[in-house]
Design a binder for this molecule. Sequence first.
Ligand SMILES: [Zn+2]
Length: 280
Amino acid sequence: MELRRLFIKANNELENNGIRTRSRKITCKKCQSLVAVAKIRKNDFVCPECGYYFPVRARRRILMLTDKRSFVELDADLESRNILRFPGYGEKISAAIEKSREKEGVICGTATIGGMKICIFAMDSNFMMGSMGAIVGEKITRLFEYATAHNLPVVGVTVSGGARMQEGMISLMQMSKVSAAVKRHSNKGGLYIVLLTNPTTGGVDASFAMLGDITLAEPGARVGFAGPRVIEKSLNQELPEGFQRAERVLECGFIDAIVPRNQQKDYIKRLLELHEVPYE
Ligand SMILES: [Zn+2]
């Protein structure tokens, strides 16, 4: 009975990660192969058949990057409100809470990586496509302020469709608010490593996603400001192959490295060591 419960829980989790489930196997969205749930989980949510990167929930992302049981969440209780009384926003927030089982689109806290203490945030695409409203901006700002006060590096994982339009100008001002906090952290010598995942776009791309001292990306991740269709229409020309994909963005010099999912923890650990982050 317990096993059955665990299996249902694992399936729900995968469903939340955007994967259609069929009994104990799931269908990969890209290659359509039927792959065992356990196999996908074991493979860091990468399809063993075609290498497709399944989206990963924020909490799991933190687990994948940090030392076991080291994560302590900060500002867990902050929740969004429909401050502008935007029609239907209240219902959207409730639906996002139910879908993601989180109160907002970003999880923040402290943890250790290879025994070195860090501040970490991870965005969640299940919460309104990781869009940045007042609470997302506030939580990340507070995290940078905490890191500045305690001389800690920040590791951030981004995934976002951009600013949350239902919050109008309030969501746009989060861009400058977070950027200012990143700058204060940087002025004090703080290290900020950011990992861009698919997709990192809009207001998040135009602010703290692009302000890392070291910018990493997952293979194939879309990184850009406006969507390709908008650009294509406004320029009235066809966009080049691989436009806004991490590999192309790397060639253009906007990011420092593309790191496969199964190497990310070790890669970030090595970067922290190189920057002489003290062991706890
Ligand atoms: Zn596949």
